[in-house]
Ligand binder design. Sequence first.
Ligand code: NDP
Length: 246
Amino acid sequence: MTRVALVTGGMGGLGEAVCIKLAALNYQVVTTYSPGNTKAAEWLADMEKQGFNFRAYPCDVADYDSAQQCVALIEKEIGPVDVLVNNAGITRDMTFKRMDKLNWDAVMSTNLDSVFNMTKPVCDGMVDRGWGRIINISSVNGQKGAFGQTNYSAAKAGMHGFTKALALEVARKGVTVNTISPGYIGTKMVMAIDAEVLNSKIIPQIPMARLGKPEEVAGLVAYLSSDEAAFLTGANIAINGGQHMS
Ligand code: NDP
């Protein structure tokens, strides 16, 4: 039996590593990309050249209707979703003094509403079938806060509240819900941070003195997606090189 894993934002730095890892473990991997992403076909072709048979669907995860339509199409064309990785996310960093409603709303809807929007159409099916894995990609900055990230820290902390509440509701149904909170991982999102800030402020805070690798987070997603992880639910697993221990 081939399980279907849906990874939102699978064309991004972390998402791509998750797609590759899950494909290597024989999941049928499906990803979403933003409707405005003009490089989706190129990414798919590149992945195909590397031997990966990914499927990809446009979806604005911040938009409820878009998410419902996307999942309905995936279930019709590929099959029920067994593993959902809520990975799509954005940052719009600025101090609270400068934070306007537009940048607050953008981050809340893309990083937090998205979790509701994407989980809603797959959760009942997982419960009915008696097996499912929901994995929410949060952030160390949702655990500890970060200067200039009131929007992002609030959304990422909110993800874990969602995880704990839903984990309780589906615990007896073979469905687990967990949060992963990565520290700084060397993806586009982090490389967009000013190099001076990265080298003088961020890396010195990491006891391992380096950024994490996308593959290291993907390995944790793979474990949470597995049968062996059946007893692990409602957790917030930190993967941050020792930067924050709670
Ligand atoms: P990227 O910017 O590389 O990827 C983000 C992905 O999210 C992109 O694939 C993008 O799709 C997708 N996305 C953004 N907005 C939407 C939307 N409205 N609808 C659909 N898809 C959307 O970031 P990372 O890979 O670094 O981050 C992935 C996740 O990990 C995020 O949730 C991030 O907050 C979290 N994280 C990352 C850390 C890091 O150090 N990199 C640390 C902690 C957490 P498209 O390209 O098609 O626009």
